[in-house]
Design a protein around this ligand. Structure first.
Ligand code: LLP
Length: 431
């Protein structure tokens, strides 16, 4: 099985976290997102434990909620002692509605609106990550008008080329995010930030990309950032106290993927960072990480009902399901590969090669091509695995398909985390 929380019971049904997927379908219908709370919690703890063991607890893990955001998710991460990274007024609103401690929130975005900045300042968000100079000045003015001084970090492009899909790489010089090191822009931003009276530059941030399997790009980013912090100290006499190294550890989507445990990646980063600090006699900064995918990705799956099948001789067999790019746009966007299993016949051999087609009016609406699957017929249930990250959060109402429900499993028991949208929800804002 792809992840340790999956198994097949004696009825031949796929189970996640001790819950029978066929029972879940009976109770909640399809399409259905299912998330395993125990696995999410274990992942949160492994991240926290590395910081405790390898870095004297001098850090904060801020779950990147863009991977999967809802009130229940913020409650879970908060109860595990994590903070969260939010990237819009909407994520901030959800986090606050769930009772998140605002001081443990990091607010991101390369194009925050004045309204979002004011909202973050008024809410007392712990750290605002500034992406460009206009934003820095705007934030300073907003903080001044509010009579406060806000903690900011500057987003730096460390110039690291991580091996991942182009769209999810963010640390290279040609990226819309942050200040480049090579051009002097980053140093200029630091200079500007420390002159302003209503922002406190507490540290720097970088994020090199997502779904990264190698350790070295992360370690190199840590070294580059420490060297830059050292240069800032030399040129400006300020030793910045915090470093946020973003997210990015990759997960196992298919049996071919062989990612390192993310705790090992963090350990290696902390090691590289400590060495760089020692070499330069730079005080070890308070550290932040923002993992998203590696906390929730493997903890989720999506259940679909099969509506039909079409075999085009000598071409391919399509299996058609009741969801598609509206609940999982990742194949259409990035050709991301997934594994699928027939949830009600999971004990049978996967002896067919099929393409799973969605229900949207678009030829590219596929969940995957040439997947190995048990023979399926209409009304069978297909589970697409490892859909916990960037599936619900990137879902849309394309073709006015209501978004599916999200069910959380804890010790074999299920509960609704997000209700299925109704047709009435779809016209709620229509006039
Ligand atoms: N921090 C920042 C500033 C980020 O931009 C991201 C992801 C993360 C943390 C979390 O990265 P993670 O640990 O999840 O890799 N929609 C794409 C992924 C986009 C990631 C954007 N930023 C996908 O479905 O693969």
């Amino acid at each position: 099985m792809l992840t340790p929380n999956l198994n097949v019971n004696e009825e031949g049904h796929l189970c996640i976290g001790g819950a029978d997927c066929c029972d879940l379908v009976q109770q909640y219908g399809t399409p259905l997102y299912v998330m395993d709370e125990n696995m999410i919690r274990e992942n949160c703890r492994s991240y926290r434990d590395v910081i405790d063991q390898e870095y004297e607890g001098r850090g904060l893990i801020c779950y990147a909620s863009k991977a999967f955001s809802c009130k229940e998710m913020y409650r879970i991460v908060q109860s595990e002692g994590l903070g969260a990274d939010v990237v819009s007024g909407g994520e901030l609103y959800t986090a606050l509605a769930a009772g998140m401690d605002a001081s443990k929130l990091v607010f991101h975005g390369n194009s925050k609106t004045p309204h979002e900045l004011l909202y973050a300042v008024q809410a007392g968000v712990g750290r605002i990550v500034v992406d460009h100079l206009y934003e820095l000045d705007r934030l300073n003015q907003i903080a001044k008008a509010q009579g406060v001084k806000v903690n900011v970090m500057l987003r730096i492009k460390p110039g690291i080329d991580a091996h991942t899909h182009d769209f999810v790489q963010t640390g290279k010089i040609d990226s819309k995010f942050g200040f480049a090191l090579e051009t002097g822009e980053a140093m200029e931003a630091v200079h500007r930030a420390i002159q302003l009276h209503h922002v406190h530059l507490c540290g720097l941030h970088c994020h090199i990309g997502s779904q990264i399997f190698e350790t070295e790009p992360f370690a190199e980013a840590a070294r580059v950032m420490i060297r830059f912090m050292d240069a800032v100290r030399d040129q400006m006499g300020v030793a910045l106290e915090e470093l946020n190294l973003g997210g990015g550890p990759g997960i196992k989507y298919t049996m071919e993927d062989d990612p390192l445990p993310f705790a090992d990646i963090i350990r290696a980063i902390l090691c590289a960072l400590s060495e760089a600090c020692e070499e330069l006699r730079f005080p070890k900064p308070f550290i932040l990480f923002e993992p998203g995918r590696s906390i929730v990705g493997g903890a989720g799956l999506t259940l679909y009902s099969v509506m039909g099948r079409k075999t085009i001789p000598n071409v391919r067999t399509y299996v058609l399901v009741d969801g598609g790019m509206c609940d999982n746009p990742r194949y259409a966007l990035y050709q991301s590969k997934y594994e699928a299993i027939c949830a009600n016949r999971a004990d049978r051999p996967a002896n067919e090669t099929v393409t799973i087609g969605g229900k949207c009016c678009e030829s590219g609406d596929l969940i995957g091509e040439d997947l190995h699957l048990q023979h399926v017929e209409p009304d069978d249930i297909i589970a697409v695995l490892a859909t916990g990250a960037y599936n619900y959060s990137m879902a849309s109402n394309y073709n006015r398909n209501p978004r599916p429900a999200v069910v959380m499993i804890k010790d074999g028991e299920s509960r609704i985390a997000i209700e299925r949208e109704s047709y009435a929800d779809l016209i709620l804002n229509d006039r």
